[in-house]
Write a protein that binds this ligand. Structure first.
Ligand code: CU
Length: 386
């Protein structure tokens, strides 16, 4: 509501300004000043300097942005291939920065140098083959180099040796949560299909498949440091995108197909929390939180808990109303801790069995109630008919 009012006020202000300039123009009729619609030398001169002014604004804003927000991009990568992705990204940034700096200066300098002058006619200039070759070949070579390097990095990152000893984990996307399934001791995921979704079997695992017998379904992702994890992604409903920012990994989750990505974590959660940059970042966040918390407590509301860093799996496709909150905690353990954690997880088959045994009485009671309700409804109808 407030933003609507602000928009209305801004529109009204703009209309008022427009009307004021019209009135101002009308008051100038008959005066000695030049009211011609054709630009004169003075106008061109002013426009030329304004061009320089805009150039200065562009550079000042860029430098300000780098100082004010330069610490926001992702820092140390937490996966083996992460360095390659960052390197490619940095090269791209530097190239864009250099090209932008040169082309913008030329653009605004020429606009100033060749501004209109009374009596001066523009020169008809058909083409210049040398110049055109130069500005076609240089970008083509630079772009081809960038793309080739990108393709090389991509194939390198995406290559998973089938014989390599990896941990197979399925990441299942649905509006608006993530669930993970571990392949268990056989390291082969059981088949799954949306038609098998029932009760606690929320991923539709085919429970008759021998490979599914040891599958483990969890809502918190644990992976060990230094071991390649082979992720297989599925989606139940719409297109999602599994995004692990700290590991520099992202893959679309497409309904009806399985997509893959593999990476090796290089820092445990505890080690990453101890990185100097992370300690500084977390203490800054907690300073802000403490201030906010004090304000909330003063108002009689509950305060905020201090923040602790955790790796996250986020959804990076706008998939619906709660997309912003579609996330799962990722914990990188030491190999020993990972083994301990995994040993404590119950297989899906056991969970399904337990769920079938437990609520059997509850289900029977509900069924009985439904029957009673139906009888009551039938009685009401009978009364109405009478
Ligand atoms: Cu999503």
């Amino acid at each position: 509501m407030t933003s609507l009012l602000v928009i209305i006020v801004l529109v009204l202000l703009a209309v008022a300004l427009w009307q004021l300039t019209k009135i101002f123009d009308l008051t100038q009729v008959g005066s000695t000043s030049d009211s011609s619609q054709v630009a004169n030398d003075k106008d061109n001169h002013l426009q030329g300097y304004l061009m320089f002014g805009f150039l200065a604004f562009l550079y000042i804003f860029t430098i300000y942005g780098l100082i004010a927000w330069g610490n926001l991009p992702l820092h140390t990568p937490a996966s083996e291939h992460g360095g390659q992705v960052d390197h490619l990204m940095n090269i791209t940034w530097v190239l864009i920065f250099i090209v932008q700096a040169i082309t913008q200066v030329l653009l605004y300098y020429f606009a100033f140098k060749y501004k209109g002058k009374e009596g001066q006619k523009a020169l008809y200039f058909a083409d210049n083959n040398k110049l055109e070759a130069l500005w076609s070949i240089i970008p083509a070579v630079v772009l081809a180099g960038l793309i080739l390097y990108g393709l090389y990095a991509w194939t390198n990152i995406m290559f998973v040796d089938e014989d390599e000893d990896t941990i197979v984990v399925e990441v299942y996307a649905q509006q608006f949560k993530w669930t993970a399934r571990y392949a268990g001791a056989d390291n082969v995921l059981g088949k799954a299909n949306v038609r098998y979704i029932e009760g606690v079997n929320t991923l539709g695992v085919d429970l008759s498949d021998p490979n599914a017998q040891d599958d483990i379904v969890v809502s918190e992702l644990h992976i060990p440091k230094g071991k390649k994890v082979h992720f297989k992604f599925r989606s139940q409903d719409v297109l999602h995108s599994a995004y692990f920012p700290h590991f520099r990994a992202q893959m679309n989750c497409v309904p009806g197909m399985v997509t893959e990505f593999a990476f090796t974590p290089t820092y445990t959660t505890a080690e990453y929390r101890d990185l100097p940059y992370m300690i500084e970042k977390v203490s800054h966040i907690n300073d802000l939180r403490a201030k906010k918390s004090a304000e909330l407590i003063a108002k009689g509301q509950p305060g905020l808990d201090p923040y602790a860093f955790d790796y996250l799996l986020l959804c990076n496709k706008i998939c619906g109303a709660s997309h912003y909150n579609m996330q799962m905690k990722v914990i990188v353990d030491s190999p020993e801790d990972y083994k301990k954690w995994l040993a404590n997880q119950e297989s899906l088959v056991k969970q399904v069995k337990a769920s079938l045994e437990q609520p059997a009485e509850g289900a029977a009671a509900t069924e009985g109630e439904v029957k009673k309700d139906t009888v009551a409804a039938a009685d009401t109808v009978a009364v109405a008919v009478k």
